[in-house]
Design a protein around this ligand. Structure first.
Ligand SMILES: [Zn+2]
Length: 526
């Protein structure tokens, strides 16, 4: 070797040595920074976004913010030139369309109440059958002389018939019988006669209406394609409409009756006074499918020579909304931290591309909706992929990376990894190498154990990719005291740690999009 050759070789090693200290990926990883992360998360986890519940306006605001950021970064809008992929969701809802008696119109959960998920029905009649207390006993039988099959009945849903002295016509004493102590006995008895509808006049109807309408329990949201007419209620048993005595009197007034008069007749005669009341009634109600508006937000960065192959980096932007007391769940860690990390990682890759260091493979940055409702956004994407799944080489999913769980208080430089070795041992090695070279976090694989009771592998969006044989890594800080609670706020986020974890995702991604061959799928671990 000539002197010149030796000098050149030495010079080469000196230069590459310097270069290794600040490699190309490191230059861009440095752009992932706590100050900018804090700016994003302060907005994403703000009260203005109202806990980002799927289908609610706060989630739409978060989606808009993310799309704006993608645009600022110069990412391509890949869904027919839009950043939004509409996710078709739906839910079941019970509603009453009409309730009219004579010329009176009544409003559900104001004037009357129907409990339960009833199937769709339309009821029309021109007569109501007053059945008194609806009792059939040896000495007193409201239903003896009247057929109520398929009829609309009006029922005094309280107490039992009494004489002028206040003694029960059934027991002969002031103390009532089982008919008034057990309301279900009365109802079961009437229902066994198969009426079409029971208008149950109840003293406590108003209280019941207030309680039930406050407690409004939300039906599960699903992918619309999974929710068909067959999923709707098929309960055709007689419907009970609870009405207050005031509402009953409105119904009765057009026939010159009132409740007190009807009760009085029974008291005075000591006999049932069931009868037909001429009155029109129209009631239509039922369970329906209601659309829920939601969208995934996608930003695309095109690669170079291997651009047809795609890496997908995900986080869910939805959270659990406002609690029943009106307090906002800001979801700073869950999963505002993941969204923030993906925005920072996207920034690093976008700058790299601008500076001529484009990834060879393409990258899809995707913020999904409906995770908290059952991984719906990622489920929808993998059923309706914007880019072919067989060209999707891996999914890196981030869900909660801004906090420290109780088992790591002593040493916070950690992150849980789940799934990295399940489908591709190569992906696992890539991830390990990225950490060993750059981030040097303590990688905790506790939740990767198939026997772990938490079953984390199945519990976030990456699983929908894994189901399709796409290798995944899930990044997670574990559960803490503020998980799914109003305490999950931005002030408790450790931004330097969030960024360090995000850098691990970035370096792993960098390797995945620049290497010659994609990670091979060589195992199917549970
Ligand atoms: Zn989450």
């Amino acid at each position: 070797m000539s002197i010149k050759g030796i000098v050149t070789t030495i010079l080469f090693f000196v230069l590459t040595g310097c270069y290794a200290q600040r490699s190309v990926p490191s230059t861009y990883a440095e752009l992932i920074d706590p100050t900018s992360a804090r700016k994003h998360l302060t907005i994403i986890a703000s009260d203005e976004f109202e806990g980002r519940e799927t289908g609610k306006v706060g989630a739409d605001k978060a989606a808009n913010y993310i799309a704006q950021q993608f645009e600022l970064l110069g990412l391509t809008a890949p869904v027919n030139s839009s950043y939004y992929q509409p996710v078709e969701l739906a839910t079941k809802a019970f509603s009453v369309d009409t309730f009219e008696v004579g010329e009176h119109t009544f409003r559900h959960e104001k004037d009357f109440l129907i409990i339960g998920k009833r199937s769709k029905q339309e009821i029309k009649t021109d007569r109501l059958i007053f059945i008194g207390y609806g009792i059939s006993d040896k000495h007193y039988d409201d239903l003896a002389k009247i057929d109520i099959t398929d009829k609309v009945v009006l029922l005094l849903n309280e107490d039992e018939p009494r004489d002028k002295m206040g003694k029960s016509l059934i027991t002969g004493q002031t103390k009532g019988s089982i008919w008034s102590t057990s309301n279900s006995k009365r109802m079961q008895h009437i229902i066994s006669k198969k009426p079409k509808l029971i208008l149950a006049i109840s003293k406590n109807a108003d209280t019941l209406i207030q309680q039930i309408s406050k407690k409004k329990y939300a039906e599960k949201i699903q992918l619309k394609e999974d929710l068909t007419q067959e999923n709707l209620s098929t309960d055709h048993s007689p419907t009970v409409v609870y009405i207050s005595p005031q509402t009953a009197n409105l119904i009765l007034s057009s026939h010159g009756y009132n409740l007190e008069k009807l009760k009085q007749e029974i008291t005075e005669s000591g006999k049932p006074r069931s009868r037909v009341l001429k009155s029109t009634l129209k009631l239509s109600f039922g369970q329906k499918i209601i659309d829920v508006k939601a969208q995934n937000v996608l930003g695309y960065l095109e690669g170079t020579d291997l651009k047809d192959e795609l890496l997908v980096i995900t986080a869910h932007y939805d959270h659990i909304g406002v609690n029943p007391n009106g307090e906002i769940n800001n979801g700073a860690d869950d999963d505002g931290s993941g969204v923030t990390a993906v925005l920072e990682i996207a920034k690093a890759f976008a700058r790299a591309k601008e500076n001529g260091h484009s990834p060879r493979r393409s990258i899809l940055f995707m913020m999904v909706t409906g995770e908290e409702k059952g991984l719906l956004g990622s489920d929808y994407y993998t059923r309706h992929p914007v880019f072919p799944l067989n060209k999707t080489i891996a999914n890196l999913n981030i869900d909660m990376i801004g906090r420290i769980d109780p088992s790591h208080f002593a040493k916070a430089d950690y992150v849980y990894l789940v799934g990295s070795d399940k489908l591709s041992s190569e992906l696992h090695h890539i991830s390990e190498a990225a950490n060993k070279t750059y981030t040097k976090l303590d990688l905790d694989y506790r939740y990767n154990d198939p026997n772990d009771p938490e079953k984390i592998y199945y519990r976030s969006d990456h699983y929908n990719f894994a189901k399709n044989d796409i290798p995944v890594i899930f990044y997670f800080n574990g559960v803490h005291e503020d998980y799914h609670d109003i305490g999950d706020t931005v002030d408790k986020i450790d931004f330097p740690l969030l960024c360090k974890r995000a850098k691990l995702v970035f370096y792993t991604a960098w390797d995945l999009v620049t290497r010659d061959t994609k990670p091979i799928v060589d195992s199917h671990k549970k």
